[in-house]
Ligand binder design. Structure first.
Ligand code: NAD
Length: 431
């Protein structure tokens, strides 16, 4: 099929590269000139395992062609996927300006005959139909289109793997032609395909993200209680996880949920719920809990270890999780920044995210060597779940550090071993 994809971010670029690898002819549209220039050189503008080889292969085989605007496309695509960003506004509500701008551009450039327009950006119920209206208002009479919403469930750090092996495909559309085209496109992925109303599909994406975020809020509340009674949150999680109704996966007590999706999607759902008259909003509660979480943990550290002013603090991990260089919504970076503002000298290490962190927080010190940042440090704060950290040589760390205090925000370090070595270990929800 000939397919256009608008927006070369984590979602759009991965989707375009995967479709090209499956022999579709893909037209990828990116209006950020810097990103486009990189892409044309075969470089992905962000780190994602396995993505760059797919991009290079797509460009070389001419299955993947790059454009700065929809108006430059010479061939008519059967499908157009909109994958532009939907960030938060200051009040937490969703910023749909990129989506609506794309809809206007698409309307003005819509090809003669029939095109299926598919929204993949995460948007609140009612938005896809608004996109349809904007396209209709801008299109010529001879151009026709059908409309669908197909949410994206990929995880950063596993974007290619998740796109090739999705857990399910959701097609939200009331248009038979769009549904049949999308089914044909998705059958090779081998996942269950669910067809539903557009609004149901739009809400499915939010419900999935909000539920996963809820597990993190829940784990944090249990962790707060285990700390008070001398229990261990990891033991409690193991105890509840064996119940098949609950499940063992996705329990992450720590600094709260972060990343480019959960914080903005829960905030958008809270704001949407308020607008729709939801009387008691779980989403607002979750959002509040999560917003204050990093500062609360930092206050606890200060209560136990004193003020960070004048201290040298080593920070391992700046992205919100391992395997990504994305620092959007990272609680780890927030904590590193707060420590620096409180007068600590913060030396930070992240295997992938250093460059992006440096751009946002140039006042922190960075090093590409995790041991070097620990040299003469009073405290070591391990703030992300990079598997490098659990495997680190703590004998060497002990020799290098001046102090003996280690905070393990993701409960990934060998607690007992560290205690035996003489470290003062502080985890989350465990003593
Ligand atoms: P992103 O910010 O990484 O990428 C969006 C891209 O679209 C940018 O490169 C931007 O320059 C480009 N763009 C904006 N307007 C454009 C236009 N008019 N024409 C061409 N290009 C344009 O965003 P992302 O992380 O890929 O997320 C995209 C959407 O998918 C969001 O709604 C997000 O919530 C959702 N989503 C993201 C993830 C994730 O893990 N990142 C997972 C599932 C869903």
């Amino acid at each position: 099929m000939k397919i256009a994809v608008v927006g070369a971010g984590y979602v759009g670029l991965t989707w375009a590269a995967v479709l090209a690898s499956l022999d579709h002819k893909v037209f990828l549209v990116e209006n950020n000139q810097e990103k486009l220039a990189k892409l044309k050189r075969g470089q992905a503008p962000f780190f994602e395992p396995g993505l760059e080889p797919l991009l290079k292969k797509g460009i070389k085989s001419k299955r993947l062609c790059l454009f700065s605007s929809l108006k430059n496309l010479r061939e008519k695509p059967a499908l157009v996927f909109i994958c532009v960003g939907t960030p938060s506004q200051k009040d937490g509500s969703i910023d749909l300006s990129y989506v609506f701008q794309t809809a206007r551009e698409l309307g003005k450039n819509l090809w003669l005959g029939q095109t299926a327009v598919v929204l993949k950006s995460t948007v609140l119920p009612g938005t896809t139909k608004k996109v349809g209206k904007i396209i209709s208002q801008n299109k010529s009479k001879k151009a026709n289109f059908s409309l669908a919403f197909c949410p994206e469930f990929l995880r950063e750090g596993k974007a290619v793997e998740d796109t090739l092996h999705p857990s399910r495909i959701i097609i939200g559309s009331e248009d038979k032609k769009a549904v049949s085209l999308l089914k044909k496109l998705h059958v090779p992925f081998g996942a269950p395909i669910l067809t539903m109303k557009i609004e149901s599909a739009e809400l499915t994406k939010y419900a999935a993200n909000a539920y996963l975020a809820l597990r993190i809020v829940f784990a944090n509340q249990i962790a707060d209680l285990t700390e008070k009674v001398g229990a261990d949150v990891e033991e409690v999680i193991a105890g509840i996880g064996l119940d098949p109704r609950i499940g063992a996966g996705y329990w992450y007590p720590g600094l709260g949920y972060g990343g480019s999706c959960f914080p903005k999607d829960v905030a958008a759902l809270a704001s949407f719920g308020a607008k729709e008259g939801l009387k008691k909003s779980l989403f607002s509660f979750m959002h509040d809990c999560n917003q204050s979480r990093p500062e609360e943990k930092l206050a606890e550290i200060e209560e136990k270890w004193g003020s960070p002013a004048g201290k040298k603090v080593a920070v391992w991990g700046l992205a919100c999780k391992q395997g990504t260089d994305d620092v959007r919504g990272s609680a780890a970076l927030l904590v590193a920044d707060k420590l620096s503002k409180k007068g600590a000298m913060v030396f930070a290490f992240d295997a992938l995210a250093e460059e992006n962190a440096q751009r946002e927080y140039p006042h922190l010190y960075y090093s590409p060597d995790l041991y070097l940042v620990a040299k003469n440090a009073d405290w070591l704060l391990v703030l992300s779940d990079d598997s490098l950290f659990a495997k680190a040589n703590f004998k060497k760390v002990k020799e290098l550090m001046k102090g003996r205090k280690i905070f393990d925000a993701r409960n990934i370090l060998p607690k007992e071993e560290l205690k035996k070595m003489g470290f003062e270990y502080l985890g989350v929800g465990r003593s």
